[in-house]
Design a binder for this molecule. Structure first.
Ligand code: SF4
Length: 367
């Protein structure tokens, strides 16, 4: 199983919490950038001939580019890897940028749309400096439905400055009303290089409330939790992301895109112009590379598996790392189970909902 990720680093406005690589004033480079991305993909095909099961077009804001460029992007990718290669094709959508013409192009090319709503509270959207409001989100979902795109994820954030638990619950209620097949309900994290760094966030008790009540509400409304922040209707898990959590291989093309392939992890340079330049000169675009050692693999396995509700399956762990998880970590396991932060079943170990809230601290115990 392996995934192809395509990064589109253009946005119409930077959100104040955003830590992803994207630019809001480089639209004049879109055409050259897309051509460079396709060249990078062709190079991979020629050098390694990788096989992909999923395609994920993310950003940035893929829908900030015109329908003409979207069409070019899809048709160019599918001329290298035919559409039928992929079990799942996802595109990320910022509601403000979706038009009828773009929805039409998208409907012909994807199996899944992921809409970055974040909140239905216009005051909170302003704090985040999102470019859209709640009405725009509803219109965008309506447009997707109009073009028969019904496999829809909606991203909803909690832990926003000034947000109360009732606000978070209200966001989830409005999300459910739109009948998505998948919901990402995730906590806002502020990184140093963002404008919102240093803002006062809701305290730990409020965060816990927002998360636990949110999980309970989603469960009661038929959404099955399969990862710390991901919930879906039966059979609607995101296959592309499941591959990340299963430590599957993936290749990312485009500026700042990361890859894990042939036992190495690497990341491309974070510069649109620099990326285009290097691709056109046939130079390497990789900025950072690390060998994926057994030790690193073990740490990632524990971190990623404990994000999932299935957790660590003892047999699978032993087969991969040639030692017994339960034996090696018995003290930590006992302590966490007693504290109600994790649970053990016959052949598995996983975190409880309360454990998910403090997962960062728990993971440090193992690594
Ligand atoms: S739309 Fe997404 S990628 Fe663009 S600035 Fe906002 S959060 Fe970042």
């Amino acid at each position: 199983m392996s995934g192809l990720y395509v990064h589109i680093p253009f946005c119409i406005q930077k959100c104040d919490y955003c830590d992803f690589y994207s630019e809001d004033d480089k639209n004049y480079l879109i055409q050259d950038y897309l051509q460079a991305v396709i060249k990078e993909l062709q190079k991979y095909k020629y050098q390694y001939n990788p096989v992909f099961d999923t395609l994920y077009i993310g950003g940035g804001t893929p829908t900030s580019i015109s329908e003409k460029f979207l069409d070019f992007l899809f048709s160019s990718i599918f001329s290298i890897y035919p559409k039928s290669c992929f079990k799942e094709i996802t595109i990320e959508i910022n509601p403000e940028t979706l038009t009828e013409k773009k929805a039409k192009v998208i409907s012909l090319n994807v199996t899944r749309a992921s809409v970055g709503a974040q909140s239905f509270n216009d005051d909170l959207l302003k704090i985040l400096n999102r470019v859209h409001n709640s009405e725009t989100i509803k219109k965008a979902i309506g447009l997707l439905r109009q073009y028969d795109i019904n496999n829809i994820n909606i991203d909803i954030m909690f832990g926003i400055p000034q947000q109360k638990p009732d606000d978070a619950l209200n966001d989830l209620k409005q999300t459910i009303d739109l009948k998505p097949s998948h919901i990402s309900y995730y906590m806002l994290t502020l990184y140093k290089n963002t404008k919102m760094y240093g803002y006062k966030l809701p305290d730990d008790k409020l965060i816990e409330d927002m998360y636990l009540k949110g999980v309970d509400f989603l469960n009661k409304n038929g959404f099955i939790q399969y990862e710390i922040s991901n919930f879906c209707q039966k059979g609607k898990e995101c296959i592309h992301n499941l591959n990340y959590w299963n430590i599957g291989q993936y290749i990312g093309v485009g500026a700042s895109a990361s890859s894990y392939y042939n036992n190495e992890r690497y990341t491309n340079i974070k510069s649109i112009a620099g990326y285009i330049n290097k691709i056109n000169k046939d130079e390497k675009v990789i900025d950072f590379v690390e060998k994926y050692t057994e030790d690193k693999k073990l740490k990632d396995y524990i971190i990623l598996k404990l994000r999932t509700t299935k957790g660590i399956l003892y047999d699978d762990f032993k087969e991969k790392f040639k030692f017994d998880f339960k034996e090696k970590y018995s003290n930590i396991i006992d302590k966490l189970v007693k504290a109600g932060l994790s649970k053990e079943e016959k052949n598995s170990f996983s975190l409880t909902e309360r454990g998910f809230i403090v997962s960062n601290k728990i993971l440090q115990e193992f690594i």
